[in-house]
Design a protein around this ligand. Structure first.
Ligand code: AMP
Length: 212
């Protein structure tokens, strides 16, 4: 299965991607994670991307298109993949089409902006391993500490309230038009994001069944 996950930042794409990944045994490719890893390693690409990420802006198309092209050429992508956070603009979608990696569907997880703001203000990540938690929905065993590696849980700079507002603006302006793009070629699936992750997962998996 070759799947794109669409949705506003904080709509739960990452969590659903992890679940689908396990269920269908295909890798998740998250451009956000790849860029953050590059940033952490201090690579040239990471340094270039930093100012965009911190401001909640999109990294230039040519940078992410290059990242995806390289990643999709790796052997683990042969049987399929889930793209989480790519494409985010029409030129990125066109570039993906032109690379010849035909996708089966683009699944959009719909969540209202007000709910997104609430969710993102509680999001915490481990500064060491990157695992994700939430002060209300996914609490760690010990407050402020990662269950997996014992690292400290922090607020991602781009989850700060002003940046979240800008990320939502950027989403509506540049990424949401992708729904029409994939609708036009009959590949759009939509799911209403639910309060409980498991409820959203049920809806997501039911939609994916229709592809098999
Ligand atoms: P994410 O974790 O997917 O929300 O991505 C975090 C940040 O990485 C975004 O706010 C963008 O600055 C950058 N980024 C990730 N994916 C893309 C993309 N496909 N196009 C442009 N920028 C991206």
């Amino acid at each position: 299965m070759k799947l794109i996950l669409l949705g506003a930042p904080g709509a739960g794409k990452g969590t659903q991607a992890e679940i689908i990944s396990e269920q269908y045994r295909i890798p998740t490719i998250s451009t956000g994670n790849i860029i953050r890893a590059a940033l952490k390693s201090g690579s040239e690409m990471g340094l270039k991307a930093k100012s965009y990420i911190d401001a909640g802006e999109l990294v230039p198309d040519e940078v992410v298109i290059g990242i995806i092209k390289e990643r999709l050429a790796e052997p683990d992508c042969k049987e399929g993949y889930i793209l989480d956070g790519f494409p985010r603009t029409i030129p990125q979608a066109e570039a993906l089409d032109n690379m010849g990696f035909a996708i089966d569907a683009a699944l959009s997880i719909e969540v209202a902006d007000s709910e997104i703001v609430k969710r993102m203000s509680g999001r915490r990540v481990c500064e060491k391993c990157g695992a994700s938690y939430h002060t209300e929905y996914k609490k760690p065993g010990k407050e402020g500490i990662c269950d997996l590696c014992g690292g400290k849980l922090v607020i991602r700079k781009d989850d700060e309230p002003e940046t979240v507002k800008n990320r939502l603006h950027v989403y509506h302006e540049q990424t949401e038009p992708l729904k029409e793009y994939y609708q036009a070629c009959g590949k759009l699936l939509t799911v209403e994001g639910q309060d409980e992750v498991a409820d959203t997962t049920r809806l997501v998996l039911a939609k994916l069944e229709t592809l098999i």
